[in-house]
Design a protein around this ligand. Structure first.
Ligand code: IMP
Ligand code: MG
Length: 189
């Protein structure tokens, strides 16, 4: 067994914060058609916990984005979409983490073209000082330092998503072996 990764945000802290976010979000949509669209795969836990804290009718959508930072310097494409027609519905786009902002900027643009009634963005985590692309999140769970984090949906090479908390992946776990940032690989979000 390898030793456990250092915990950055506990499961209890996440639960409490998701409850607070739900309390901010709910009054904005009361009685109006809402689709919450989770960006695969990292937002799955956040999505599942958040929707269960919101009452009222809402639909769940999923959208996939793939980036190829390593080979094509940050080209991002929209993959599979399972979200029904959002025209005339409010959309809340959810992601696990706002890092450079590339992914969300691209997906916000994409969603806009589908003509929702309104479009807002919620992220569980925002890395401080990393945003290079103009994109704003309407709801942010936690501001975190510039560390690579895993758990509660977030992965490193598709591992660790199952952790109930958010942990820091120590730099020696990736920099020595590959000499690369973890997200310099073709990424599955
Ligand atoms: P951005 O396009 O640079 O904002 O990156 C956003 C995506 O990169 C997120 O949706 C994550 O999938 C991934 N990502 C960025 N930072 C981390 C991290 O610290 N841990 C795990 N995934 C990350
Ligand atoms: Mg992601």
């Amino acid at each position: 067994m390898s030793r456990p990764l250092p915990v950055l945000i506990t499961a209890d802290q996440i639960e409490r914060r998701v409850g607070e976010l739900a309390a901010q979000i709910a009054p904005l949509y009361r009685g109006e058609p809402l689709t919450i669209v989770g960006i695969l795969t990292g937002s799955l836990m956040f999505l599942a916990d958040l929707v269960r804290r919101l009452d009222g009718p809402l639909r769940i959508g999923l959208i996939q984005a793939s980036s190829y930072h390593g080979t094509q310097s940050g080209t991002l494409t929209v993959g599979r979409e399972i979200q029904g027609d959002v025209r005339g519905r409010h959309v809340l786009l959810l992601d696990d983490i706002l890092d450079t902002g590339q992914t969300l900027r691209h997906l916000v643009e994409h969603m806009r073209q589908l003509e929702p009634r309104s479009l807002r963005v919620a992220v569980l985590l925002r890395k401080q000082g990393k945003q290079r692309v103009e994109v704003s999140a309407d709801f942010v769970g936690f501001e975190i330092p510039d560390e690579f984090v895993v758990g509660y949906g977030l992965d490193y090479n598709d591992e660790y998503r199952y952790l109930p908390h958010v942990a820091v992946l120590p730099r020696e776990m990736y920099s020595e072996r590959s000499g690369m940032e973890p997200h310099a690989n073709p990424a599955r979000h």
